[in-house]
Design a protein around this ligand. Structure first.
Ligand code: PMP
Length: 446
């Protein structure tokens, strides 16, 4: 075989430049909360493959379910006939839905594809063209998903025209209004809802508006939980105008935030719910879940896809749902969430570090720390618009963590480091991650 060094060089020469990477090196294997590299590095994984391996790498029950399914049937094409893992998965998911009306399922491979599907369904069901999304929102890289993505221009730069008929309002996150971090949630909520009211009056009439799409916890755009009153306000306005509410739980769903779905605490009933990532712990699978009266409007054959709802992915997802319950994952999320918040708030209260930290926020194990924007970025609007590499404090801290043996990510364009550890992470592993992070912060700001 090739040596590690030549593998790296080979990759740099032949893998598209369009992919960014947070570290050099070649992954050899992953187990639980750790990833091993060919060069001998044993790294604590606080990225979970961007919120995917929520039960850790190679969870035995999930891997075994997938392996067993591989010996049975791998590709039972969903347009040929039902297959058993598909139906078993629906049986597992039905009781977990945030509302019993969500009882009609369609499985795809990726989050982006699922978003495309949700948009199509909303247009068909309402007979209306336009979609409203959140400024700061991220929904994927295919054309429709890109058109409703408003977190950073890099995803669509140079490839327009995108899907037409998209509009946006600012997510209730202070940066979206050029406000300071001390602005209250209720003020932000009022500002965002006002923007929706005037959007519907000035730009896209309700009778032209099919759906509004939102992540209940803003992901790539900064890890900001939407206030419950904001989500309730959206529901009210959507109901008033017959606009469908699409809840994108690709990143926030499946126990990540301490409930099965992040929308639960708001009590809001989604018209269409989109899930992916953690659903199958690394096997490609997404789900579009809706009311039967909506999906009954779809003509047979209008939806589909060669690999959609792959049997191995569905079998893995059944095992994920079972393991989440058997291992009391929601309890662990609550305990480890308390632990990480205590550690991060301690760090924030440290007088040497305090001047650099704006905010510690999140829900469950979808947690972020926001640093002040670095003066070196030099923007009068307090925004770091870096391309692939964060040049400010968050980027420097993340780089330092990686040097110290922990994989960690920033979010889109603000000075935010995001923590997405496995949901079954142990107390010791969490303590190790928090220790590495605190050391990295202290070294960067000193
Ligand atoms: N929606 C959200 C909220 C996401 O976080 C992502 C992926 N980061 C997507 C959609 C797109 O999913 P995928 O990358 O699987 O296409």
């Amino acid at each position: 075989g090739l040596s590690t060094e030549s593998l790296q060089a080979f990759g740099e020469k032949h893998v598209t430049r369009g992919l960014g990477r947070i570290t050099e090196g070649v992954v050899a294997q992953g187990r639980g909360s750790y990833v091993d590299f060919h060069d001998g590095r044993h790294m604590l994984d606080f990225t979970s493959g961007i919120g995917v391996t929520n039960l850790g790498h190679c969870h035995p029950k999930v891997s075994k379910a997938a392996a067993d399914q591989c010996m049975n049937i791998v590709h039972a094409q969903c347009g040929t006939a039902f297959h058993e893992p598909y139906l078993q998965l629906i049986e597992r998911l039905l009781p977990l839905m945030p509302h019993p009306s969500l009882n009609s399922f369609f499985f795809w491979n990726s989050g982006s594809e699922a978003i495309e599907c949700a948009i199509k369904m909303a247009r068909i069901a309402t007979g209306r063209p336009n979609i409203i999304s959140m400024q700061g929102g991220y929904h994927g890289r295919t054309f429709g998903a890109m058109a409703v993505t408003r977190s950073k221009t890099i995803y669509s730069e140079g490839v327009a025209p995108l899907m037409p008929g998209t509009f946006s309002i600012p997510f209730p996150y202070w940066h979206q209004f050029g406000a300071s971090s001390t602005i209250s949630e209720s003020e932000l909520t009022a500002k965002s809802l006002y923007q929706l009211e005037i959007l519907l009056a000035q730009q896209t009439a309700p009778r032209d508006t099919a759906a509004l799409i939102i992540e209940p916890v803003l992901g790539e755009g900064g890890y900001v939980p939407a206030p419950n009153v904001f989500l309730q306000g959206l529901r009210e306005i959507c109901d008033k105008h017959g606009i469908l509410l699409i809840i994108d739980e690709v990143q926030s769903g499946f126990c990540r935030t301490g409930t099965w779905f992040a929308i639960e605490p708001s009590g809001v009933q989604p018209d269409i719910l989109v899930s992916a990532k953690g659903l199958a712990n690394g096997f490609p699978l997404s789900a579009i879940i809706s009311r039967k009266d909506i999906t009954d409007l779809l003509k047979p054959g209008s939806m589909g896809g060669t690999y959609a709802g792959n049997a191995v992915s569905c079998a893995a997802a059944v095992a994920v749902a079972d393991a989440m319950k058997e291992e009391n994952i929601l309890d662990n999320v609550k305990e480890r969430s308390k632990q990480i918040f205590a550690e991060l708030n301690n760090l924030k209260d440290d007088p040497e570090v305090a001047p650099y930290i704006l905010d510690v926020r999140g829900r469950g194990l979808m947690v972020a720390i926001e640093f002040v924007s670095s003066a070196s970025a030099g923007s009068k609007y307090d925004v770091v618009a870096s391309e692939t590499e964060n040049v400010g404090l968050a980027g420097r801290v993340a780089k330092k963590c990686i040097e110290k043996g922990m994989l960690i990510l920033t979010t889109s364009m603000y000075e935010v480091v995001r923590f997405i550890p496995p949901l079954n992470i142990s107390e010791e592993e969490m303590a190790e991650g928090c220790r590495i992070f605190a050391e990295a912060v202290r070294e960067v700001v000193k």
